[in-house]
Ligand binder design. Structure first.
Ligand SMILES: *[C@@H]1O[C@H](CO)[C@@H](O)[C@H](O)[C@H]1NC(C)=O
Ligand SMILES: *[C@@H]1O[C@H](CO)[C@@H](O)[C@H](O)[C@H]1NC(C)=O
Ligand SMILES: *[C@@H]1O[C@H](CO)[C@@H](O)[C@H](O)[C@H]1NC(C)=O
Ligand SMILES: *[C@@H]1O[C@H](CO)[C@@H](O)[C@H](O)[C@H]1NC(C)=O
Ligand SMILES: *[C@@H]1O[C@H](CO)[C@@H](O)[C@H](O)[C@H]1NC(C)=O
Length: 326
């Protein structure tokens, strides 16, 4: 975790970590860069070396990025916009809308629809994408299946699974008529989280709301630790935009929860068939997502910095909510 923060610090010029949802990019396009726009020499040298093959090294200026709020529902833009920067807004300043939530958890705030120049969300059609689940493998390391002690697991925050509404919960209630599910309520996001997950052959990667591209760490976590995700969310085709089709099992692949249960129980007895769900590991690596709150958004913010350092295109996002919520 510490090293991630280091990378963040080394890569970015200035980041002010406050609370909430917008990122401002101040770019001195014509004028000569302000001193703070430069990385300290040691970092500059390091970055040039690392980024040798990318366009980054051709940059002659570094944008300054200001994180206006640390993202999170409680600390978002206020309804009366009183916690936004006060006008007039400098001409060179670009605003990025940063939202890691699903439309269901995105509050509609009037008056911000056309304030932004770039979008940073989980959606594939954002200017900058928050999540990238897999990267190409760059080592010869062989995948070793973690020791398995449980068949099917689920980590949920809810205490009472009999009363929860939502597709995932109803599917779970059907499924347990046909097979055992080990439920962990203490999904404390510490070391145990990944360790426990890796001890399960399968994991219920049920999204809490269903939207195109909304595929979260509930999918990424089992992939990264060597557990096969059983997904409930957008259609299989959409998952395949993010991960190989044979890396997961979709509940819609089966007509009933009984058929799914029978299939999983069959795989439990057929190690060779089970191992086919890990063939993709010969080509890709799944990154562990960062679980601590203070690091959770670091990757997205790094993506944003990288993006504004490389690309010069900006626009006015026409209607944020029409695009994102509908
Ligand atoms: C960049 O990489 C090329 C070959 O990949 C190498 O010849 C060159 O010296 C490198 N430049 C720097 C600044 O590291
Ligand atoms: C869950 O809610 C149901 C219905 O309200 C109740 O009958 C049951 O006792 C609750 N279970 C637990 C574990 O709280
Ligand atoms: C939850 O508690 C169980 C014991 O009740 C423990 O085995 C497991 O590691 C814990 N899981 C997490 C994610 O902390
Ligand atoms: C959004 O949330 C509501 C209530 O939680 C739920 O009924 C609805 O299905 C959700 N929408 C989607 C698209 O998941
Ligand atoms: C960025 O958005 C603002 C607000 O809509 C707009 O006035 C400005 O022209 C945009 N800048 C660019 C380069 O598109």
């Amino acid at each position: 975790m510490a090293s991630v923060f280091y990378v963040l610090r080394a890569t970015l010029t200035v980041i002010l970590l406050l609370a909430g949802i917008i990122v401002l990019v101040l770019q001195y396009l014509q004028s000569s860069p302000a001193p703070t726009c430069h990385l300290p020499p040691a970092h500059s040298a390091q970055q040039t070396k690392q980024a040798n093959s990318s366009a980054v090294e051709q940059q002659t200026y570094k944008p300054v990025m200001l994180l206006w709020f640390w993202p999170g529902n409680k600390r978002a833009i206020q309804d009366d916009l009183s916690n936004l920067p006060t006008s007039p807004r400098p001409k060179f300043q670009r605003w990025i809308w940063f939202n890691a939530d699903s439309p269901n958890h995105t509050r509609r705030i009037e008056g911000i629809q056309s304030l932004f120049n770039l979008t940073l969300t989980y959606r594939k059609d954002s200017d900058i994408q928050v999540r990238r689940l897999l990267t190409f493998k760059n080592s010869d390391e062989e995948f070793v299946l973690p020791k398995k002690e449980r068949l099917l697991c689920w980590f949920v925050d809810s205490d009472n699974l009999t009363t929860q509404s939502g597709e995932g919960y109803s599917y779970y209630r059907e499924l347990i008529n046909h097979m055992k599910v080990d439920v962990f309520h203490n999904s404390t996001k510490g070391e145990n989280y990944f360790l426990t997950m890796s001890s399960c052959k399968f994991y219920l990667s049920f999204e809490n709301s269903i939207h195109r591209d909304y595929i979260t760490e509930t999918f990424n976590s089992p992939l990264s630790v060597g557990t096969v995700p059983i997904v409930l969310g957008p259609p299989r085709r959409n998952y395949e935009d993010f991960a190989p089709g044979e890396s997961f099992i979709h509940v819609n692949d089966f007509p009933t929860s009984l058929a799914l249960a029978q299939f999983l129980l069959g795989l439990d007895k057929d190690q060779e068939a089970y191992m086919r769900y890990f063939h993709w590991r010969g080509y890709y690596t799944a990154r562990l997502h960062l679980t601590e709150e203070k690091y959770e958004f670091a990757h997205a913010i790094c993506q944003a910095c990288r993006h504004v350092g490389i690309y010069k295109e900006y626009r006015v996002v026409p209607d944020l909510y029409k695009w994102f919520i509908l």
